[in-house]
Design a protein around this ligand. Structure first.
Ligand code: FES
Ligand code: FES
Length: 167
């Protein structure tokens, strides 16, 4: 281990990692530079844009506001871990169908924030969706289709849950 670096054990997208990190390294840097998970974007240096949003132990956080060492022992989910081309996450499918997709830069953070919101509030009102997503910024458009996509995703997740209970 390099001098002054800290050991870090962390599970990312279901895979355990044990790498040492600089104590000042941000979780966003660790994910992008050490693990190559570049779907987590860094769009500002003021903790405002939300492009870096990931789930940390199930809660949506801006990974540029968390030191990597603070995630010791935690489970992190990045946009790469939520679904695949052949098996989209309900939020990804809803964003696709409802034209909620914006550019590749902001969309991963918006979707991760939406997943975090729906985990806390499975049936959010439009107002709650808008409030829940106010930490993720698209610089170039309105949020109408994003809100519709999150409403649609809430319905899909509820249906998935009903199916799971019925199995
Ligand atoms: S990079 Fe902008 S909030 Fe994290
Ligand atoms: S920042 Fe991504 S579409 Fe506006």
């Amino acid at each position: 281990m390099r001098e002054g670096w800290e050991p870090l054990k962390i599970t990312v997208n279901g895979v355990q990692h044990a790498l040492s990190v600089e104590p000042r390294a941000l979780l966003s840097e660790y994910l992008r530079e050490e693990l190559g998970l570049t779907g987590t974007h860094v769009g500002c240096d003021t903790s405002q844009c939300g492009a870096c949003t990931v789930l940390l132990d199930g809660k949506a956080v801006k990974s540029c506001t968390v030191l990597a060492v603070q995630a010791e022992g935690s489970e992190v989910t990045t946009v790469e871990g939520i679904g695949s081309v052949d098996d989209l996450h309900a939020v990804q499918a809803a964003f696709w169908d409802r034209h909620g997709l914006q550019c590749g830069f902001c969309t991963p953070g918006v979707m991760m924030a939406a997943i975090g919101l729906l985990q806390e509030r499975p049936h959010p009102t439009e107002e709650e969706i808008r409030a829940g997503l106010d930490g993720v910024i698209c610089r170039c458009t309105g949020y109408q289709n994003i809100v519709r996509a999150v409403q649609d995703a809430a319905g899909r997740l509820a249906a998935e849950q009903d199916r799971a209970v019925g199995d």
